[in-house]
Design a protein around this ligand. Structure first.
Ligand code: ZN
Length: 175
């Protein structure tokens, strides 16, 4: 399986050509950049280890947030490091929780039914740091917190996260 060079997830497909790199991976979604992959990985290699995981997490977050719809894909500008301000911090845990509550509420068919969301997509959407082993550790940490469990309930099945808001979660999402 090809690996997304940003988040190291197994990607559904990849296209490597002279002038562009294109992947479709579970956290980032379908994305492309008009750079060949060697050049892209050279840019990533200039970052030190801690900086690399933070900046790649920001990239994955921005790409997931910027998904334009089913038939299109998110495009990274070639000067992504500067123009996307990768040095800025990821959302704080409290902001991640707010975004999680909004996402779940928007994806529930009704208050009694669960939103069917995948862990990698949710982890990138709320802006957690990329972890390889175990993957999605930031999301799972958030879901284990007492505060989170006051707001939503979960029924986890494999990669699929079935989540629904409790009344406290609905009240919070309306504020
Ligand atoms: Zn990715």
């Amino acid at each position: 399986m090809p690996e997304c060079p940003i988040c190291y997830s197994s990607a559904r497909n990849e296209v490597k050509e002279f002038s562009f790199t294109k992947y479709d991976c579970p956290p980032c979604g379908p994305w492309m950049v008009r750079l060949d992959e060697d050049l892209l990985t050279q840019i990533f290699a200039q970052w030190n280890a801690a900086e690399s995981v933070r900046k790649r997490s920001r990239l994955s977050y921005i790409l997931r947030r910027g998904q334009p719809g089913p038939t299109k894909l998110a495009e990274m500008p070639t000067d992504f490091d500067k123009s996307w301000h990768l040095e800025e911090p990821l959302p704080a845990p409290s902001e991640q929780l707010d975004q999680l509550i909004i996402l779940v509420g928007q994806n529930q068919p009704s208050p009694t039914e669960y939103a069917d969301l995948t862990a990698p997509a949710v982890a990138a959407w709320i802006g957690t740091i990329i972890t390889r082993d175990p993957p999605n550790a930031g999301l799972h940490w958030s879901l284990e917190q007492k505060k989170t469990n006051e707001l939503l309930e979960r029924s986890a099945q494999n990669d699929s996260q079935l989540l629904r808001l409790k009344m406290a979660g609905w009240l919070r999402s309306e504020n």
